[in-house]
Design a protein around this ligand. Structure first.
Ligand SMILES: Cc1ncc(COP(=O)(O)O)c(C=O)c1O
Length: 275
């Protein structure tokens, strides 16, 4: 039996058309979900972000019940895996103008769970700065859209397997995020994270940390952070839906201790369980 690894509009291992606007213009959105014990985690949050993104791009959002049924079909036999959902505006015409008659497409695909060393979550990771800047684009800021060439260029800048992530800055020198994660700094018992109103992806794990901080009465500020600010921080950490939280052990030459607040947040995130 061929293992079911993708569904295109509900069809097993289907092929996307050459005229799809996701392929031509990055005209679409995606979600990356952790799958545990046959279930996609934090489903309702991923669905809400996908739906909000579709509204911003004026792409008709997929039917939630249909999407969930397809996700369940794919994930049912998986103990641990990654589910990626891609929604494109569909096929349509030559030229940028979105055709009214375009029918959105949805592609759900499974990948193996990335076997990151457990030490990265426990003892922290080594980070570097990327040379590739993130473009400032208020129209796209926050969205998990398909145009990821900046991240592709940034991630091609290094191949040291001991460095799992690089930080990206905007053209004005403000730190925005990692190539695949969001960044938090700890200073005097409070959290700082880059403002994402002009660039970057508003990650769901970041959102969970913000909500948790609010519940636990931890002060959080979203604002402009520079590399100089990061050298002054008591600690740093990264978040995304697959890694959860990685403390930062080293950024370029600076060694960071794992601040007790980072341990506290990591523990609370773990306790959130299956979402
Ligand atoms: C560029 C970028 N920023 C941030 C994130 C974190 O997003 P999330 O927490 O929703 O996984 C990702 C995840 O893929 C990403 O690609």
């Amino acid at each position: 039996m061929v293992e079911l690894s993708s569904l295109l509009d509900g069809v097993a291992n289907g092929c996307i058309e050459g005229s799809d606007r996701g392929l031509h213009y990055g005209d679409g959105l995606f979600e990356t979900l952790a799958v545990r014990a046959g279930r996609p985690r934090f489903w309702s949050q991923h669905l809400a972000r996908l739906t909000a993104g579709c509204i911003r791009l004026a792409i008709p959002a997929p039917d939630p019940a249909l999407l969930r049924a397809e996700a369940d079909r794919l994930c049912a036999t998986q103990t641990q895996a990654v589910l990626k959902i891609v929604v494109t505006r569909g096929s349509g015409g030559r030229g940028y103008r979105p055709p009214l008659e375009a029918v959105p497409r949805r592609l759900l695909s499974l990948s193996p769970w990335p076997d990151y060393p457990a030490s990265w979550a426990n003892s922290g990771v080594q980070l570097r700065y990327c040379r590739t800047p993130v473009a400032t684009s208020p129209a796209l800021a926050g969205l998990k859209h398909l145009g990821r060439l900046e991240q592709v260029l940034a991630r091609a800048e290094w191949d040291d397997p001991a460095i799992p992530e690089g930080l990206m800055l905007d053209a004005d020198g403000a730190v925005i995020e990692g190539t695949m994660s969001n960044l938090f700094a700890v200073q005097d018992g409070a959290l700082w994270t880059p403002d994402l109103s002009r660039a970057g992806v508003a990650g769901l794990a970041r959102q969970r940390v913000l909500a948790l901080a609010q519940r636990q009465g931890i002060r959080v500020s979203e604002g402009r952070l520079t590399p100089a600010d990061l050298t002054q921080a008591d600690g740093l950490f990264l978040t995304n839906s697959l890694i959860g939280l990685w403390p930062v052990r080293q950024l370029e030459g600076r060694i960071y201790p794992i601040d007790p607040l980072i341990r506290q947040i990591a523990e609370a995130l773990r306790e959130e369980g299956d979402g």
